[in-house]
Design a protein around this ligand. Sequence first.
Ligand code: ATP
Length: 269
Amino acid sequence: KSKAKEIRSEEVDIAFADVAGLENAKNELRQMVDYLKDPQQFQEIGAELPKGVLLAGPPGTGKTLMARAVAGEAGVPFFSISGSEFVEMFVGVGASRVRDMFGKAKKNAPSLIFIDELDSIGRARGTGIGGGHDEREQTLNQILSEIDGFSPQESVIVLAATNRPDVLDPALIRPGRFDRQIHLDLPRKEARKKIIELHAGKVLLAEGVDFDLLASATVGFSGADLKNLVNEAALLAARKGKKRVDEEDFNESRDKIIMGIKREDRLSE
Ligand code: ATP
C-alpha cells in the first residue's frame, strides 16, 4: 500500500481578505469565484471559462493561500495534491491518485482542484534528472487527459502553482489546458506593509512599532518570509519574558531572517 494520504475534500474558511496585496491576481481570480458560485448562469449564457489556471511566482508568494482563498470565497470544496508527492511513488500510483481526485471533484462540483508544485511532475518530458521517469510521465499524462476529458458543464476549476513556469511541458499550457497564467510577484513596499500588518494582528504589540519602516527594511522578502518575521519576533519577545512584541524584537527577527536568506543563496550557488 502506498504511503500517499487519501484524497479528501476540504472546506476552507480563507477569504481574499486573508491575502494581503496581490490585487491584480485577486481581480483576475474573482471571475473564477463568481463562476464557481453560480456555474449555471455562465453556462446558460454560453460563456466559457478557462479550465486550468496557472499561478506562477517565486516561493512563498502566497500561491497556495490564494488557491484556498478562491475555494473559500466561492464556498466550494477544495481538493489538492502536490507534484512532489509523486516523486517517490510506484509507477501507476500517481496516475490513479489523479484519476481519484478528478473523480471526486466532479462528484462534488462545483469544486476546485489545486495542484501544487506542478513543475515537479510537469517538466518538459525527457529533461528530467536521470532521463525518462515513467511515474512522472504517467502522472502528467493522466492530468492532461483528465483536463481534456471534462467539459465546462462539469464546473470544476483546476488551479496549479509553479515557481518555474519556464520549464513546464508545452503540452500543459496548450489552449484548453493551463492556458491562463496569473503572476504572483514578490511584494513591493506597500504590499509588504500590508502583509506584516495582517500577521501582526495576531500578536500582542507594544506601542510604536513602525510598520512603514519595517516594510522599507524588508526588500526581497516574500509573504512567507514576512509571516515568519512576525512570528519570529513574537518568539523572541516571549523568550525574553516580555508581554508584548516591540520594535527591537522585529529588528532582531529581521536580521535573523536576512542572515537565513543569505545563507540559502550561498548554498544554492
Ligand atoms: P511555495 O511556492 O513555497 O509553495 P506559496 O507561494 O504557495 O509557496 P504559501 O504557501 O501560500 O506560498 O505562503 C506561505 C504562507 O505565507 C501563507 O500561509 C501565509 O501565511 C503567508 N503569506 C504568503 N503570502 C501572503 C500574502 N500575500 N498575504 C498574507 N500572507 C501571506
